[in-house]
Design a protein around this ligand. Structure first.
Ligand SMILES: CC(=O)SCCNC(=O)CCNC(=O)[C@H](O)C(C)(C)COP(=O)(O)OP(=O)(O)OC[C@H]1O[C@@H](n2cnc3c(N)ncnc32)[C@H](O)[C@@H]1OP(=O)(O)O
Ligand SMILES: CC(C)C(=O)C(=O)O
Ligand SMILES: [Mg+2]
Length: 520
């Protein structure tokens, strides 16, 4: 208790790694524009640090980090680097434009990693870490050092390398449970021991980075907070390598809901949590399971009679958090065909969107089109429309016309007309069902060798006239892009999703892309 009191009042820093470790989720690949959209939303969420990427990993990663550093203000912008000169110099070239740049350098400290992967002795690893921190420090005062696989490292060696890293200038010491092996009591004790055994630790912030291989990432992070960790590394929706990282929304809401127990608050704007989760899910194509804590569709649903009765009498019988706290509105004001621009604008504002007039006009037009097909428009529908509008994909091919025919005992067929820079291309095809026929016709019209890797469809709301949301993964030359489409017609939603993935592939292959970005 005494110890906990010592940390009272200091806020817990939320280090978001959705754009770096989160992007290491198998099957996820975000382009420059998508990373920028997520980074802007993370700034609205008020995270303390955005780890924008690993600049040495690819030209695309470098450009994305640089773009975020230049254009996103508020949070510290960090770039990851191995403990070597080239990684650190390139990370700096990318993050140096930020108001507050951070270089995050790492090297593994467990015997397994040092022997088999790095093929380095303990002394060599210490030397590399110290040189890396010193070099990074020449560029920026804000340097984070991570001991990869810390939870499986010899604690005595960890104390030694952390002490040396701090003496070399590290301001944040990160303790990763890289393979999600730790259990909470053990991990908490490790943080406690680091505080006791690293003499210079008072000069640095202790951070933790937990993976979810045993489903313990959040529990381990909270155990670390209990023992003095002041920064938690997280990813939205728990994305990340293998089973993922500690989920941002779970950590934040645990600290927020149990503020009677955890005495340190975060600075997160919790009403932006739900929107951030939706955006990340739409752009990564990784759906949030309905039973996911905080942001899952069922997180605030009460199914059984006894629970419903309790909630009707008094919400706190079964609700420990209010949906409004994470930005899920319970306001039932529905919009429809006769709603005007003012009411729509007001609704968007109330839902927490901050759109330009041009964006509002575009979404309003889509809203009116939808209102012609659907009687009542819910907030979920509006969210889907906003996401479709705000997530811009450069459109080489635009869908002009689609007709698909199917039925029992008939061969499905489709006709599509695509507009490519003012020229209409028309193609038809037969297929195994209307979606297959449509996709074959689109492939013919686009003239590419595209492979559909994954297709999912879900209804945005209930009812027969619900918006259908289709998410696809499309591959060409070993590169995968995600596409998303929404429409009350699921064949049209499927076509839009396929085309958006194809457009991204074409954009990605375009050697003049940087010029196009500059013009846009
Ligand atoms: C725990 C984590 O999440 S770490 C981050 C993981 N993220 C990524 O790997 C991002 C994607 N990776 C990549 O694009 C590539 O792996 C790159 C560009 C980073 C490196 O590519 P390559 O130079 O071809 O090396 P490759 O990936 O095959 O091997 C890694 C090399 O880095 C070394 N290395 C690994 N970690 C470190 C470190 N922290 N510090 C210094 N060297 C390291 C390895 O020993 C190996 O060295 P070697 O080439 O001399 O044998
Ligand atoms: C780079 C480090 C912090 C990492 O992602 C890990 O160890 O899991
Ligand atoms: Mg990690």
């Amino acid at each position: 208790m005494e110890e906990r009191r010592a940390y009272m009042g200091k806020h817990i820093q939320i280090f978001d790694t959705t754009l770096r470790d989160g992007e290491q989720t198998p099957g996820v690949s975000l382009n420059l524009q998508e990373k920028y959209e997520i980074a802007k939303q993370l700034a609205k969420l008020n995270v303390d640090i955005i780890e924008a990427g690993f600049p040495i990993a690819s030209r695309g990663d470098f450009e994305a980090v640089k773009n975020i550093a230049k254009n996103v203000s508020g949070p510290v912008i960090a770039g990851l680097a191995r403990a070597n000169k080239q990684d650190i110099e390139i990370a700096w070239e990318a993050v140096k434009y930020a108001e507050r740049p951070r270089i995050h350098t790492f090297i593994a400290t467990s015997d397994i990693h040092m022997k088999y992967k790095l093929k380095m002795t303990r002394d060599q690893v210490i030397e590399a870490a110290v040189n890396a921190v010193k070099l990074a420090k020449r560029f920026t005062p804000d340097v984070e050092f991570s001991a990869e696989d810390a939870s499986r490292s010899d604690p005595e060696f960890l104390y030694r390398i952390f002490e040396e890293a701090i003496k070399a200038g590290a301001t944040v010491i990160n303790v990763p449970d890289t393979v999600g092996y730790a259990v909470p009591w053990e991990f908490g004790r490790l943080i406690h021991k680091i505080r006791e055994n690293v003499p210079s630790i008072y000069k640095a912030i202790i951070s933790v980075h937990c993976h979810d291989d045993l489903g313990l990432a959040v529990a381990n992070s909270l155990a670390a907070v209990e023992n003095g960790a002041q920064q938690i590394e997280v990813a939205v929706n728990g994305l990340g390598e293998r089973a993922g990282n500690a989920a941002l929304e779970e950590i934040v809401m645990a600290l927020n809901t149990r503020s009677d127990f955890f005495m340190n608050p975060t600075r997160i704007e919790t009403t932006q949590i739900y929107r951030t989760s939706r955006l990340v899910s739409a752009l990564t194509g990784i759906q949030v399971p309905p039973n996911k804590a905080i942001v899952g569709a069922n997180a605030f649903a009460h199914e059984s009679g006894i629970h419903q009765h309790g909630v009707l009498e008094e919400k706190s019988t079964y609700e420990i958090m209010k949906p409004e706290t994470i930005g899920v509105s319970t306001n039932k004001l529905v919009m429809g065909k006769h709603s005007g621009r003012h009411a729509f604008k007001e609704k968007l504002k109330e839902m927490g969107y901050n759109l330009s007039d041009e964006e509002i006009n575009k979404v309003f037009q889509k809203f009116k089109d939808l209102a012609d097909k659907k009687k009542e428009i819910s907030e979920k529908d509006i969210e889907a429309l906003v996401e479709e509008e705000v997530i811009i994909t450069p459109e080489t091919f635009k869908l002009e016309y689609l007709q698909a025919t199917s039925g029992s005992g008939v061969v499905a067929s489709a006709v599509v007309k695509l507009n490519k820079m003012g020229v209409t291309i028309e193609e038809a095809a037969c297929g195994d069902g209307p979606v297959d026929a449509t996709y074959r016709a689109i492939e013919r019209a686009c003239g590419g060798d595209f492979k559909l890797v994954d297709y999912t469809i879900k209804a945005v709301t209930g009812g027969k006239d619900a918006l259908g949301e289709v998410i696809v993964r499309v591959e060409k030359n070993n590169k995968i892009q995600i596409g998303r489409g929404v429409s009350t017609d699921i064949i049209e939603a499927s076509a839009k999703a396929y085309l958006s993935a194809i457009n991204k592939i074409i954009y990605d292959d375009n050697p003049y892309k940087e010029r196009i970005d500059a013009v846009q």
